[in-house]
Design a protein around this ligand. Structure first.
Ligand SMILES: CSC[C@@H](O)[C@@H](O)C(=O)COP(=O)(O)O
Ligand SMILES: [Zn+2]
Length: 229
């Protein structure tokens, strides 16, 4: 129970440090989302990163390294829109710049999620197309502006690159065209939304579609060939 500040002050009880309710809520949503992504198998080992932009413009992002299924609020740190940590010694996600790029580009983006699912990794390594196309799936309606299954969404795919500023320059060319996030080849997906709940729903939608597509392609390629030996 929180002490009444008036009584606490009179009785010499130490008051808690200044409350930052918005930050606490953002950090808690990142911790919960990390657990959810882990339950779904999308953040193996130390893979993945998560962020939230607060209403006042602050950006909360996960520290680099560490398992995203076991985050605590201390695993979440503050960076500016250029991805620089605000507190000395903090080491933000190695891919912070990709989060900040999305916030810089889309004024209404409030949460960004990155995971390494099997489906996004495998599908993007089995074709060198510039985009993966998803069509005729009901769940396509999870993405902004989609009202019917009878559509074809392109999810851009970019070559993986450990040089994140260079990778972000490739991504920049296609950000306006993508409605369902993007894939880094052999690596994973980036998805965003106006808040954490919607970003998570879109990630879940995209991962569901990628799993369907992986299954569909496996079945199509498994059409029996007559053994003539
Ligand atoms: C398990 S290696 C994954 C990393 O190289 C990276 O791609 C990743 O998603 C996590 O990096 P992080 O710096 O913890 O945010
Ligand atoms: Zn990654």
């Amino acid at each position: 129970m929180t002490a009444d500040p008036g009584i606490a002050r009179r009785e010499g009880v130490p008051l808690p440090a200044t409350e930052d309710v918005a930050w606490d809520k953002a950090a808690a949503s990142i911790v919960r989302a990390g657990r959810r992504m882990d339950e779904r198998g999308w953040v193996p080992a130390t893979a993945g990163n998560l962020s939230v932009r607060l209403a006042d413009g602050r950006i909360a992002v996960t520290r680099s390294g560490g398992h995203k299924g076991f985050l605590t609020t201390d695993s979440v740190i503050e960076v500016n829109l250029n991805g620089q940590p605000l507190h000395e010694g903090d080491r933000p996600s190695a891919e912070t710049l990709l989060h900040c790029q999305i916030y810089g580009h889309f004024p209404d983006a409030g949460a960004v999620l990155h995971g390494h699912s099997v489906a996004s990794t495998v599908l993007s390594m089995t074709s060198d197309d510039a985009a993966l196309h998803l069509e005729n799936y009901e769940v396509l309606k999870v993405f902004e502006g989609q009202t019917t299954h009878a559509t074809r969404l392109a999810v851009p795919m970019f070559a993986n690159d450990q040089n994140i500023p260079r990778l972000s320059r490739s991504v920049a060319l296609y950000l306006d065209e993508t409605k369902a996030g993007y894939i880094i080849r052999g690596h994973g997906v980036y998805v965003w939304g106006p808040d954490m709940a919607i970003a998570l729903a879109r990630l879940e939608g995209l991962e569901f579609l990628l799993s369907c597509e992986l299954e569909r392609r496996k079945l199509l390629s498994a059409i029996p060939v007559r053994d003539v030996t």
